[in-house]
Write a protein that binds this ligand. Structure first.
Ligand code: ACO
Length: 810
């Protein structure tokens, strides 16, 4: 769906124009000085050599071209000059020296390594604490391949561009993000590792369904009744919208301060999403050392809601101003755009819109048809030549594979595989019919079905409307009806009776707090149970605060059904995780609802958000967006019956008894397996030869060689500057509560001992212990700590070392 006609806005590109050297002197860090010096000298050389046109307009496209040209120019330099450039960001290899980048001697400090100047390997570093020759900054780099060298140089240029942008940008939030990415790239260049963004921002995709999927659903939902040409037009309109969004420049949160369309909560959500957009979508579009994601594929309704009004106004204006540049046959896209935007706006506002329901899926036939059309109609380049500002999809054209292409491909593959049926539909239909028939014919015989789950009985009650489930909550901005208040008061009592350890005031405070909601189970208009919860949409999880059912109604299945309703409610709002601090007595119940003490969410995602309780256990439940939990048990039962029927049908088909093979008696030593009669009929397929390369590495490596390799990796890891926190076990004397939190400690000393004892018989065992060191550290420490940073840095270094020895999978 992406790659429609390109109507884009002028962006604020990352490199902007490089005319300003920035105030390098004010920078304390030598790194930053190097970046400033390098960026400054390269910009002056660009201007003087005329290789790169001066920045006449700050468009995204011209910035991208400028960046690519500069990279290409650096890639084409002679090796000595490339190494000189790298030396400026490489640690001195001289033992004990802590210098992290060679500094041009005073007399040459205005000369540009990227043009004519090539320092001698003997030239001394200007850094007073180093003074070692350039050679000592590059001795470890001379062996690396050309492509790895170019990758590092590319990252350096990205870093320098970020540095320059940091100088220019005024917005403090944006500046901070640039600084963070600058440091990340700096660290990656120093350690020669891939840049990976970790931390409280979470990992993309951030919401489900993504905007692309919802927009595709909208086309089906609103326009599938149109004739093929009109439907085609609406599809093009949708693609144009997505394209616009993917090139859209979001305003910084500070620029939106005072925006009446944003509530206080929206504003904080927007700030998080803006940071995510900068880090994962915008900056990587210009810095291809960072993995790029497309806005419409990783964000969902929350982001779109906060930007829609302003963005759609701009798109409408743009459509009017670009109208004449569109060819006649594409003008309908422009004319239909307002109608499409209105429809999308309406669905954005509706709480129960199906297009934002992650389980909503247009029928396969529609998806296939759309895909076919998409392949048949003009490819993005043709559409872009319709006179739009920048060719779509050309974000990162020359260096490496554009990451967003990878993402799109993955998504496309997923859609394809989702639509592949491995059994002919008629066969399944036949089995379903037969199951349904057997149910009706057996009905009268089963008076007391023994196997019916409690959940089935509750569902039957719900169907008869003997019980009802409602999500209720207090509000300070909208009127709250009397019924809701009465239910909230009743729920407060249920929680207070069933959770006697909780102070009553605290229960009242949360039940009536506007950020909390309660899923109420109502019987005869009285609440008999409920779950009080607080959603954190930006963090992707919901916190369960209280959960209780009145004593007389317990163990009837209500608790299960309440939880299933909450799961469905959360999934529909794009939330994939539930977290709760469970009382000891309730751990069993939560386990039965799919919760586990093994928390799969990274601590920074929930720490500081969820309320923590002493003597309660944190439990986590991951939600699968395509499961309807209130139907799940029934669906599984039904599916298992259909499967049994399919197996029975297959069994009948292959029951044929064959005469047996006589060829061996007749003297044949062997026959091909596939020639055995009946084998293919029961579904046997010739197996592909296993691909050698896909075998686990340890199978093909002898243990002694492996042990030597592990010893060398361990040695290097121990010597790394970030290894100091992990050299020996943490003692309870140093960190008294460490072992309350860390059940499986690990450290480099213990690993050394295990290695000596021959414990590491496989690569996986070795990697698992090392991974344990880093995960323990990240679990116990918060991301701002030096320890946390050391874990990230050392982990990357470890992976590089393993990769160098061919011991890493990817
Ligand atoms: N320990 C172990 N298993 C339990 C518990 C428990 N405390 N309570 C219920 N179960 C089991 C049931 O036996 C049943 O298992 P089965 O399906 O295999 O037979 C399953 O969990 C679900 O039972 P339901 O009947 O669906 O649940 P119920 O309606 O009894 O509600 C609830 C469960 C909410 C825990 C209820 O028992 C209750 O209100 N207890 C007192 C309050 C409480 O402890 N709340 C949780 C505190 S933690 C918190 O609020 C975050």
């Amino acid at each position: 769906m992406s790659g429609g006609p390109a109507i884009t806005l002028k962006s604020q590109p990352i490199d902007g124009n490089n005319g300003n050297s920035g105030n390098a002197a004010a920078q304390q860090q030598q790194t930053a000085n190097n970046a400033a010096a390098a960026a400054s000298s390269s910009s002056s050389s660009q201007a003087s050599s005329g290789t790169v046109p001066p920045a006449q307009e700050g468009t995204r496209q011209s910035s991208l071209q400028r960046i690519q040209l500069r990279k290409q120019k650096v890639f084409n330099l002679p090796e000595a000059q490339k190494l000189a450039k790298l030396s400026m960001y490489s640690a001195c290899q001289f033992e004990g020296c802590r210098c992290t980048g060679w500094k041009t001697p005073q007399e040459n400090r205005h000369r540009d390594v990227e043009s004519s100047y090539c320092p001698e390997p003997t030239e001394e570093c200007r850094n007073a604490s180093c003074r070692h020759p350039l050679r000592s900054h590059i001795s470890h780099l001379t062996e690396i391949s050309r492509s790895s060298m170019d990758e590092l140089l590319g990252a350096i240029i990205d870093m320098e561009n970020l540095f320059m942008s940091m100088q220019r940008v005024e917005d403090e939030d944006t500046k901070k993000v640039y600084l963070y990415l600058f440091r990340l790239l700096r660290q990656c260049v120093l350690t020669r590792q891939q840049a990976v963004i970790r931390g409280p921002l979470g990992d993309p995709p951030f919401e489900s369904p993504c905007i692309t999927k919802a927009v595709l659903s909208l086309v089906f939902y609103k326009y599938s009744h149109l004739n093929p040409t009109e439907l085609q037009t609406m599809t093009e309109v949708a693609k144009t919208f997505l394209n616009f969004l993917n090139h859209y420049n979001f305003e910084s949160p500070s620029a939106r301060r005072g925006d009446p369309t944003l509530t206080h909560e929206d504003a904080s959500t927007y700030k998080i999403n803006y940071t995510r957009w900068l880090v994962f979508c915008h900056v990587p579009a210009f810095c291809n050392s960072l993995r790029q994601f497309e806005t419409s594929l990783v964000f969902g309704r929350t982001l779109l809601r906060t930007v829609f009004q302003y963005m759609s106004q701009q798109l409408k204006k743009k459509c009017i101003s670009e109208r004449d540049r569109f060819p006649e046959d594409k003008r309908s896209i422009i004319t239909q755009m307002p109608k499409f935007l209105e429809a999308l706006r309406a669905e954005l506002l509706k709480d129960d819109s199906p297009i934002w329901d992650s389980t909503y899926r247009p029928p396969n036939s529609f998806v296939v048809q759309q895909r076919k059309r998409h392949q048949e109609v003009a490819p993005p380049a043709t559409i872009a030549s319709a006179g739009a500002a920048a060719p779509s999809g050309s974000k990162r054209s020359s260096v490496g594979e554009p990451a967003h292409k990878r993402v799109k491909k993955e998504v496309a593959e997923r859609v394809t595989s989702e639509n592949q049926d491995d059994l002919p539909i008629e066969v399944v239909m036949r089995a379903m019919k037969s199951v349904a028939e057997s149910k009706t014919s057996n009905k009268s015989e089963i008076l007391f079905p023994i196997n019916v789950s409690r959940d089935e009985n509750v569902k039957a009650e719900e169907q008869k409307r003997a019980i009802e489930f409602h999500v209720v909550g207090n509000s300070l901005t909208k009127p709250v009806d009397k019924q809701t208040i009465l239910w909230l008061l009743g729920l407060q009592l249920v929680f207070a009776y069933q959770l006697p350890e909780m102070p009553r005031e605290y229960i009242s405070q949360l039940v009536f707090d506007t950020k909390h909601k309660t899923l109420a189970l109502i019987k005869e208009n009285q609440p008999i149970g409920g779950i009080c919860f607080r959603p954190f949409p930006t963090q992707g999880f919901t916190e369960i605060v209280f959960c209780a059912v009145t004593m007389a109604e317990q163990v009837k299945g209500y608790g299960t059904h309440l939880m299933n309703h909450l799961k469905d409610y959360s999934i529909q709002r794009g939330i994939k995780h539930l977290l709760t601090f469970a009382d000891c007595d309730a751990i069993g119940y939560f386990k039965k609802q799919g919760f586990s003490k093994d928390i799969k969410l990274a601590r920074p995602v929930y720490a500081g958000y969820i309320k923590e309780y002493d003597s309660a256990t944190l439990m986590h439940c991951e939600l699968h967006p395509s499961i309807v939990n209130t139907q799940f048990i029934a669906v599984i039962r039904n599916q298992s019956e259909i499967l049994k029927e399919l197996i029975a049908q297959r069994h009948n088909e292959v029951q044929k008894v064959r005469t047996g093979l006589t060829c061996f008696k007749e003297g044949l030593p062997s026959i091909p397996v596939e020639s055995i009669p009946g084998l293919r009929e029961i579904g046997w397929k010739p197996q592909m030869r296993p691909v050698r390369a896909s075998r686990p590495l340890e199978e093909s490596t002898d243990p002694e060689k492996l042990a030597t390799q592990f010893a060398s990796v361990l040695q290097s890891v121990r010597q790394h500057t970030a290894a100091w926190p992990f050299l020996r076990p943490v003692t309870a004397a140093e960190v008294p509560d460490y072992y309350d939190h860390i059940k499986y400690p690990m450290d480099l000393k213990t690993m050394g001992e295990r290695l000596k004892k021959g414990y590491y018989q496989t690569r996986r065992l070795f990697m698992a212990d090392m991974a344990r060191i880093f995960s323990n550290c990240r679990f116990y420490n918060s991301p701002e700590t030096e320890y946390y940073r050391c874990a990230n840095s050392l982990e990357r270094y470890f992976q590089t070392k393993m990769r160098e020895l061919g011991l890493w999978d990817k």
